[in-house]
Design a protein around this ligand. Structure first.
Ligand code: BDR
Ligand code: CA
Length: 308
């Protein structure tokens, strides 16, 4: 069991990941960021979801916009409110600052805190920019984001870019090329771990069942599939079952401009080149293979278990 700061733009799959994290890890705090929804809505969603799921963790308000780009529209896939428009939400959108919380917590508990980031990486980039001394003190940063093209999984916003990275490519590039110890769960693996609508409905989880309905309806209409990729849950799956993943290692960067904006790239060539954008960039780990059945089974069992 790890001590986590859970950084989220809380939409439907983030909520699934949070439910899984609450049952398998120690939650030190939930930091919110814009992405699937505006940051104020993310604060409200985190409050509502924690209340309904009896998750006890303080909630913080993070960045409202990307580091350098103009803000873009929230995602529609998760419903207008990000949680499937399933519940009235009268919670406050005010909360203490997320970036300062990350900095203070890592300094207070050096080498103890695992950061899990399942939205745009703006809070994490802001924290390491404001307090670079925390970089070696973070135990590990696990990210859901990016796409490296395995089996054609190269993007979900554009043919090149995954949503979380596309939303703030500058933040992602700073984080991935930093000396943080990063593990990336990209679309290459998250698109392989699917659960059906039937499996969600059979879960002993009325709140999850309620928030997922529009997401499943959208998927059925667009893809003809009554189900969803677990996406953000894989960041927690890595902490629970690292043996279920095959990792590659190498320096990573993000394309910040042009048609491939938001594309995550990995150094593949060992040849020396005169202009090397990977020069002095530390190697990070990225999951390119997954035992989908193992991850699904553990997730479904954990969420079905009434005793936890
Ligand atoms: C990511 O995009 C978001 O909509 C999901 O919550 C997930 O973090 C998948 O590309
Ligand atoms: Ca997310």
């Amino acid at each position: 069991m790890r001590t986590l700061i859970f950084d989220t733009d809380i939409g439907v799959d983030d909520a699934f990941a949070l439910a899984y994290a609450a049952r398998t890890q120690r939650l030190l705090g939930i930091t919110t960021v814009f992405g699937n929804v505006a940051v104020g809505q993310a604060v409200k969603n985190a409050r509502l979801f924690c209340e309904k799921m009896q998750i006890d963790a303080p909630i913080y308000r993070g960045c409202a916009r990307p580091l350098a780009l103009a803000p873009s529209e929230p995602a529609k896939l998760h419903g207008e409110d990000g949680l499937g428009d399933a519940f009235d939400n009268a919670y406050s959108d005010m909360a203490p600052g997320a970036v300062q919380f990350i900095i203070d917590s890592v300094r207070a508990q050096p080498h103890e805190i695992t950061l899990v980031a399942i939205g745009p990486l703006t809070n994490i980039a802001s924290a390491i920019n404001q307090a670079p001394d925390i970089i070696p003190l973070v135990k590990e940063l696990v990210i859901m984001g990016g796409a490296f093209g395995t089996d054609g999984h190269s993007g979900n916003v554009t043919p090149f870019a995954e949503f979380n990275i596309w939303k703030d490519p500058h933040a992602a590039d700073q984080v991935l090329s930093s000396a943080l110890k990063v593990v990336v769960m990209p679309l290459d693996v998250t698109h392989k771990v699917l659960i059906s609508g039937q499996e969600v409905r059979q879960l002993n989880q009325p709140v999850l069942n309620a928030i997922v309905r529009p997401y499943l309806a959208y998927s059925l209409q667009k893809e003809g599939f009554d189900g969803m990729a677990l996406h953000d849950t894989l960041a927690i799956a890595w902490l629970c079952q690292p043996e279920a993943f095959q990792l590659a290692e190498g320096p990573l960067r993000v394309i910040t401009e042009g048609i491939a904006r938001g594309q995550t790239v990995r150094k593949l060539s060992a040849l020396a080149s005169r202009e090397d954008p990977f020069r002095d960039v530390p190697a990070q780990r990225v999951a390119l293979g997954v035992d989908a059945a193992q991850v699904r089974d553990h997730f479904l069992r954990t969420l079905n278990d009434r005793s936890e």
